[in-house]
Design a protein around this ligand. Structure first.
Ligand code: BGC
Length: 795
């Protein structure tokens, strides 16, 4: 069977599992990404516990902590005022996953001897990765090995490894060598590779940690390290439990950058020998007094509780997660697996501590430096808003936390208000290429758009008043300062010299996406200011005084929004991407040889910028985000114009095309783009899954299912649905949280039903008709594809 990109299927379709059926050097690197275990705080790539002796370019060993970064200088041979000077990159931390196994005098090594059977499974219900294999050593000793790894979703600082060995044909000695390896070299990538492909890493080289302390005490060990430049501390503790009978000895050692616990067992044929290794990380970015003590306490508590307790916690957590987040598709196993892997990966990637966000590659790789982009607000947040609003809020609070840095950046660039960085971990702009970095001012409005969606869906006024409003005002202030009234444009408010979402077009005037979004930002600021002033005058007075906000300024926002220049081409009847876009040479991308893609790696930017070429949707994304403003005819006209000139060189692209294609009746395209985003990493669509997942595309998967095939829209506070399933799907069922309610939606070939599971009665709109939902009762609407029958039944 073939995958969505026509290659041989990599992982057998399975609803709740991702399975590797044979061990292979050629696929090892990619599988390290796919089998990452993470919990939003830490991420462990799927490297083998016992070690890997294959060639260096077939593996990338890493444990990450979200938001734990080292600083680096950004070097510009020719400098310029206001260019970002210092970068922040998520770095690999001390590796506590290692448990080598000596079988008498032979090390377990899958690249030697003979693998008699092998499987590795990611269980998305259990939240574990398990490897089961039978291996015969070069000396003929056969062992059954089973290794389970879990990164706890309920205890953010904790992971465990459960290592189990059965000698099949011998009596002898087994020695588990458990390590914390603090000798971590950051980026073994050739710097030139990183310069060529920014999607691979951040270019931090060498060793960034100094070891401050190592201790080994019987079965426990720990290490404290400090980064050279950012000055962060990290504590890593491990504790072990052996369940191999009494006949074992323990030897521990702490030296240099290494902590080692050796457990030796006299083993008999047919008996099972188990080692549990508990691992904890804390860093000085966490809110605890003593990171050392916290890590030690964490592993001691885990050892006391044992594996079973933690597995149950994990299962319960995931049961609740799937109960909120799952999308059940009947009739398409490939889609089902892709959707679940996407949602599971989003869960694994999202910071939940108000300090961390979602890195472009989650916690699976260090491409894009582990930094946060607009990917979070525009592509991933909707999933959390409608399934786990608390996580959405925490992600937005992470932005609030960096508001001071955004104010400082605006000031540095000579502007009022706040300018959020295009890419960052902890606040400062880290983008070294300003035309596709700082110039993407739209990030400001993207954040505000996300706040607006969050507030609309949750009615969390306290968040709006105490945090959201300040961001909304400071960004409105920025837009008002950035733009100007241009006489020859009818004295309209223009925003010049910006880059929109499409990174194949840069530094242009009046990018439509930016102008529409800035207008929304300004209008929302006016609306929110009026609302708070009326509802909470004291709070408003305090905020206004904090940021020096006067009524005249709000009038200026109103005026700028009213007069915003919104480009439209009368000749073509479409929205031009910007003032100059339609005057560039058109190019037939079908004539560009396959091996030239992605263009960013093969063409000079000037040659890209000179053409009507899009890396990703820009006008079309605008139409998706503001669907209420555009008719299907308008969407179709723009879709037909922009689709043929879009290369989809960005993984953010297909989801948007899928949703809009469904909207305008391009059904087979809707599915083609959907499956591309849903299985982007499982089918290794872009051939770079090894460097990490495409987290934004995974958020796009949820969008394309729920906003696309489910046709969900949130108009002026009213939930609306206009579904249409791919022809071969029997049904799609999903749940949404909305204003304190939980709603179950089931779309079938000819009807759609809604069940209000939690909360007060709710009025929704389905296919233009109002429907009233009450708790517990299912309401069904019959429709026929392409239209709908007026027939509503309550059961
Ligand atoms: C895309 C950006 C995105 C970044 C990180 C780039 O390739 O063009 O829109 O924010 O990747 O995912």
């Amino acid at each position: 069977m073939n995958t969505s990109n026509g290659r041989k299927i990599i992982y057998p379709f399975d609803e709740w599992q991702i399975k590797e059926t044979e061990f292979n050097i050629g696929t090892n690197y990619r599988n390290e990404t796919i089998f990452t275990t993470a919990n939003g705080y830490m991420g462990m790539r799927g490297n083998l516990e016992e070690g890997y002796s294959g060639p260096e370019n077939t593996t990338f060993n890493a444990v990450y902590i979200n938001g734990f970064y080292e600083e680096y200088d950004i070097d510009y041979p020719e400098g310029g005022y206001g260019l970002a000077q210092k970068g922040q990159a998520m770095v690999k931390v001390a590796d506590a996953r290692m448990v080598k196994l000596m079988i008498d005098d032979e090390p377990l090594d899958l690249l030697k001897g003979k693998i008699r059977s092998y499987e590795r499974i990611l269980h998305m219900k259990k939240g574990t990765v398990e490897r089961n294999f039978t291996w015969e050593s070069p000396g003929g000793r056969i062992v059954d090995v089973s290794i389970k790894r879990m990164v706890s979703l309920t205890r953010p600082h904790l992971a465990f490894i459960f290592f189990s060995v059965v000698p099949v044909n011998f009596d002898g000695q087994l020695k588990f060598i458990s390590l914390i390896n603090g000798d971590i070299q950051n980026s073994r990538y050739d710097k030139k590779d990183v310069e060529k492909d920014v999607r691979v890493g951040a270019g931090i080289e060498g060793k960034v940690f100094r070891t401050i302390k190592t201790v080994a005490d019987n079965t426990m060990g720990f290490m404290v390290q400090e980064t050279n430049r950012s000055g962060f501390k990290l504590a890593c503790a491990v504790e072990h439990k052996i369940s191999c009978g009494l006949d074992h000895s323990v030897l521990t050692e702490a030296k240099g950058d290494m902590v080692r616990v050796d457990i030796t067992v006299k083993a008999s044929k047919g008996k099972c020998y188990n080692l549990s290794k508990y691992i904890s990380y804390y860093t000085s970015r966490d809110d605890v007094e003593n990171i050392e003590e916290s890590a030690i306490n964490e592993v001691s508590r885990a050892k006391q509780d044992g594996i079973k307790v933690m597995e149950d916690e994990q299962k319960n957590f995931l049961e609740a997660f799937w109960d909120d987040a799952d999308i059940v598709v009947e009739g398409d196993a490939a889609a089902e697996q892709g959707i679940r892997y996407s949602l599971f990966s989003l869960l694994q990637s999202a910071g939940r501590d108000k300090k961390t966000g979602i890195a472009a590659k989650g916690l699976t790789g260090e491409g894009y430096g582990g930094q946060y982009f607009w990917d979070t607000e525009i592509y991933m947040l909707p999933f959390f808003i409608y399934t786990r609003p608390e996580t959405a809020k925490n992600l937005l609070l992470q932005r609030y936390r960096t508001l001071d840095a955004a104010r400082a950046r605006a000031l540095e660039l000579g502007h009022k208000g706040a300018l959020f960085p295009w890419r960052t971990i902890d606040g400062p702009e880290c983008s070294a290429y300003f035309p596709a970095g700082t110039a993407q001012y739209h990030i400001n409005a993207d954040i505000v758009y996300a706040i607006k969606q969050y507030v609309k869906a949750t009615q969390d006024q306290e968040f709006l008043y105490n945090f959201g409003a300040e961001i909304i005002f400071e960004t409105a202030r920025f837009w008002q300062d950035l733009g100007s009234y241009i006489l020859l444009k009818g004295n309209k408010f223009c925003i010049n010299c910006v880059t929109g979402p499409d990174e194949y077009t840069a530094l242009v005037d009046n990018n439509a996406y930016t102008n529409y979004m800035a207008k929304m930002n300004l209008e929302y600021a006016v609306e929110v200011a009026k609302k708070i002033k009326m509802e909470r005058p004291q709070l408003y007075a305090a905020l206004a005084s904090k940021i020096g906000l006067k009524d005249e300024e709000i009038c200026r926002w109103e005026k700028a929004a009213r007069n915003m220049y919104l480009p439209f081409s009368e000749e073509l009847g479409i929205i031009p991407q910007d003032d100059s876009f339609l005057y560039k040479k058109k190019i037939d991308i079908d004539l560009i040889p396959e091996d030239q893609f992605p263009l960013l790696l093969h063409w000079h930017y000037l040659n890209i910028y000179r053409h009507q070429l899009c890396k990703q949707p820009d006008v079309l994304l605008l139409m998706l985000l503001m669907r209420e403003k555009f008719t299907p005819e308008e969407i179709k006209k723009n879709y037909d114009y922009y689709e043929p000139i879009t290369t989809h060189d960005s993984s953010l692209s297909p989801a948007v095309f899928s949703i809009l294609a469904k909207e305008i009746g391009y059904d087979s395209k809707a599915y083609k783009y959907f499956i591309q985003t849903a299985r982007m990493d499982l089918d290794d669509y872009n051939g770079n899954t090894k460097d990490g997942i495409h987290a934004a595309g995974m958020g796009g998967t949820w969008l394309a299912a729920v906003f696309g095939f489910g046709g969900m829209k949130v108009g002026d506070g009213e939930l609306c649905f206009s579904p249409k399933l791919p022809v071969h799907w029997d049904s799609m069922t999903f749940k949404v949280r909305y204003r304190g309610r939980k709603l179950l939606v089931k779309v079938q070939k000819s009807d759609i039903s809604f069940t209000l599971m939690e909360g007060d009665p709710l009025k929704i709109r389905c296919l233009e008709e109002e429907m009233f939902l009450e708790k517990g009762a299912m309401v069904k609407k019959v429709y026929i594809s392409g239209g709908h029958k007026k027939c509503t039944t309550a059961e």
